[in-house]
Ligand binder design. Structure first.
Ligand code: PMP
Length: 396
């Protein structure tokens, strides 16, 4: 019997090693990885340059402490600020933890502005994490069920609806921030309209609110820009990152700029592990490789290839509701719950995921080649077709 706490419905497979977009199972078979550890392994597996940099870093230094200066952390903060346009970074160890920092920042911001009951406007279908505060901000009732009392301070509105935010704010003068994913990942791969994101920026400026963007899943090149909000050509006050930032070495980052800069001072927030030399080395190397190998452009091209390939291959299938997403953050919505597809794809040695009950989610590594992108379509389309119309029904 397993001594692991029973928190995951796992697939019946473990992997021994990987290379590029491929993982090798204990069964000796090669699996095409169209999930990349849920948007973590942007550089695929065992990337030679990353492996070398990490091995050298481990041999040099793994951890000191945030009571000292950490050069790798300073360098990664410089790089993230240059790429994002924000001005300061706090390093944590996961997306949830970066988001907790963002929520503490809103509260502190509220207190400083004479509003000790800061409310944050959050979205339906949002996903911000599993800690108590991030869970309270998360839209999924299923994830929240049974965990009351959750922290308060959130007003939930429909996504992509600027009027809903204006109405909510008219009824509550305690609002200090609006928080969203510009491309909802767990919530079903919904993309925010650019006009909506721009209107949010204007509204936040008008009211003195913080515009906060959770880029934990959509950041670090995945959508084809360093950060998803860059498609809307705006600058948030707060951005959170994790997943793809250090290619699998745990990291989280809370970026602040504009009116969110300078809110925290010494003693207001901290972390033992956050921003350690190993994770920051992994972050620096990840950003360098994405830049040098032009992987953002690759994400745009391969994403388009997979979406159009799937659309062609599934043409005429009435059960396909929509194929959407941006770059290599791709969703195929079906008209029925389809979590069984994960096992069906695994049997074809393809790793995928299903989110929001009926949305097939593809998050391949950013290094994926054109041939591998075609291979994802070639393996997935027949599995989806067979699921929607079983062979027995076709014959009938
Ligand atoms: N925010 C978003 C947008 C996410 O997709 C996730 C993870 N799925 C989180 C936050 C939580 O990140 P973590 O699991 O690293 O705590």
């Amino acid at each position: 019997m397993s001594h692991l706490m029973n928190t995951y419905a796992r697939q019946p497979i473990a992997f021994t090693h990987g290379h590029g977009a491929w993982l090798v199972g204990e069964d000796g078979q090669e699996y095409l990885d169209a999930l990349a550890g849920i948007a973590v392994n942007g550089l695929g597996h065992a990337h030679p340059q990353l492996t070398k940099a990490l091995a050298e870093q481990v041999a040099r230094l793994i951890h000191t402490s945030n009571v000292y200066r950490v050069r790798e952390q300073e360098q990664l903060a410089d790089r993230l600020c240059a790429l994002s346009g924000l001005s300061e970074v706090f390093f944590a160890n996961s997306g949830s933890e970066a988001n907790e920092g963002a929520l503490k920042l809103v509260r502190f911001y509220g207190h400083k502005r004479g509003n000790p009951e800061a409310q944050t406007i959050v979205m339906e279908r949002a996903w911000h994490g599993r800690t108590l505060a991030t869970l309270a901000a998360t839209g999924s009732e299923k994830a929240r069920r049974g965990f009351d009392p959750l922290p308060t301070g959130f007003i939930r509105v429909p996504y992509n609806d600027i009027g809903a935010i204006e109405r909510a704010a008219a009824q509550d003068s305690r609002v200090q921030a609006v928080w969203l994913e510009v491309l909802q990942g767990e919530g079903g791969l919904y993309v925010a309209d650019r006009e909506y994101v721009r209107a949010l920026r204007a509204l936040c400026d008008q009211r003195g609110w913080l515009l906060m963007v959770d880029e934990v899943q959509s950041g670090i090149g995945r959508t084809g820009q360093w950060f998803g909000y860059q498609w809307a050509d705006i600058q948030p006050d707060v951005v959170t990152l994790a997943k793809g930032l250090a290619s699998g070495v745990p990291i989280g980052a809370l970026l602040a700029g504009g009116r969110a800069a300078g809110v925290f001072g010494p003693g207001n927030h901290g972390s033992t592990f956050g921003g350690g030399p190993l994770a920051c080395c992994a972050g620096l190397e990840t950003l360098r490789i994405i830049d040098e190998d032009d992987l953002r452009a690759n994400a745009v091209l391969r994403g388009e290839q997979i979406r159009s390939g799937m659309a062609r291959a599934l043409q005429g299938e009435a059960g396909v509701v929509s194929i959407r997403g941006q770059g290599l953050m791709i969703g195929l919505e079906l008209d029925r719950p389809c979590s069984d597809l994960v096992g069906a794809a695994l049997a074809k040695r393809l790793l995928i995921n299903v989110t929001h009950e009926r949305v097939i989610r593809l998050l391949p590594p950013l290094i994926i080649s054109a041939r591998e992108a075609d291979e994802i379509v070639a393996r997935l389309a027949p599995v989806v077709r067979a699921f929607l119309t079983p062979i027995a029904a076709r014959a009938a």
